[in-house]
Write a protein that binds this ligand. Sequence first.
Ligand code: GLN
Length: 528
Amino acid sequence: MKYIIVTGGVMSGLGKGITTASIGRLLKNRGYTVTAVKIDPYLNIDAGTMNPAQHGEVYVLADGGEVDLDLGNYERFLDISLTSDHNITTGKVYRDVIDKERKGEYLGATVQIIPHITNRIKEGIETAAHRPLEGGRVADICLVEVGGTVGDIESMPFLEAIRQMRGEYPKGDLILVHVTLVPSDTMGDHKTKPTQHSVKALRELGLQPDIIVGRSDIIMSPSTKKKISTFTDVPAKAVISAITAPDIYQVPMEMEKEGMPEVLTSLLNLGNREPDNSWYNLIGNECTSRVTVAIVSKYGIEDVYISIKESLKHAGLSLGTEVGIKWLDAESFTCDELADVDGILVPGGFGHRGIEGKIRAIEYARTQGKPYLGLCLGFQLAVIEYARHMAGISDATSEEMGPGSHVIAILPEQEDVEDLGGTMRLGDCEVLLKKGTRIYELYGSETIVERHRHRYEVNPEFIEQLEDAGLVFSGTCGRRMESCELKDGAFFMATQFHPEFKSTPTRPSPPYVGFVRACREMKGQQTE
Ligand code: GLN
């Protein structure tokens, strides 16, 4: 097992996650099996209880782990399925060490950050790295991205653990990539001082980078690279420019041009393998049409809905259709703003803010014949909309939202749940699709496995009444309704599960493909 550790300097938000995922892609294209670990130095056990408006989307893994959105980037770029263990947080590390102490497993010892916390961090990285991927293969290379910025108090124990690992592994088995900002001044000249300072901070912790990735607006000149090299002892050819690419999936190709693969393979003693670049052809698919989808949401912040945004892109790539997004605030949009879009999407969410607006958007889609895709809360609200306007249950609502007829009710096993962290219905569940439905046609299979994250469900007491009124429950899991659709008219589909967590550029998600295709057909009809 070889390790590539990725740290960040100067400031957060430099695209360290995309850099990490892209490095993985370069190695995967060269036939190596790659896995990835994300370290989040915060005290939360996981991202499940965190406000997505501050930290971005809570990504859900197959095993139900609620994790940082970067794991979504790794899964999408590398076509792998990760586990909760691949997201290490300070919360998890300290909880384990303290639990062990209470059990008396360190009996007699003074329990300390070094070695007990650092040992737990090293074990955590090594265990996750060796966990077999799909197909039972253990990765050749593990990427480890350290969240936050070098110098943060919270990341100290992690960087110390990495310093120790560096001493324990042979030279070519563990390398360090430092991602930093290289701004330019008003004259267009690159400024290297922030990079010099952040490498200095890293060295004070005993870590010398092997590669520096400089995020900049324009490609760094050889003289800028030379200057960074002089101050940091990183050879100029290992100072790599990372400019903002038009699309994240183009970042590996940009790194390729900067010579990143040669630097990586030489540092890791990997030898020169001919790359298979078929992934680039897929990503570079020419788009011959364009559609616009309205996402009616509470936050309207792209990072909160990153998996949805990417899934629309993947579906579009497979169809040669570019998908533009019109973000509409569920609380303030007007239906006029929906008139010029080709489809409407209501994403997942929690709490009552904005739900009446979302219901209005769904009603608009259904009555005006615009393609609709509803996800999780967007599924529950589609059921509520149908109940109110088509099944005569005028006060239909969700138990989550307050009084009324609870067409959506709490899952029975959730009734006594008190803790909020990690207690929802989470992760992979098998769903049975009804033959003859649109969703069955899209998946082409009777049983599918998709990821979940919810506490409420369609109330079984109302199912018959809703079905009699014409709503088709097309997917189920035991007594649980998993998807619904309308038989006739425009594409109208909603799922209790989150298909966006399994979509990758090579494996676009079927409901998204169906939706984008319907949007394209809709647009075609309008322009004919
Ligand atoms: N709030 C709803 C529930 O808990 C929907 C959750 C979601 O959209 N992820 O069931």
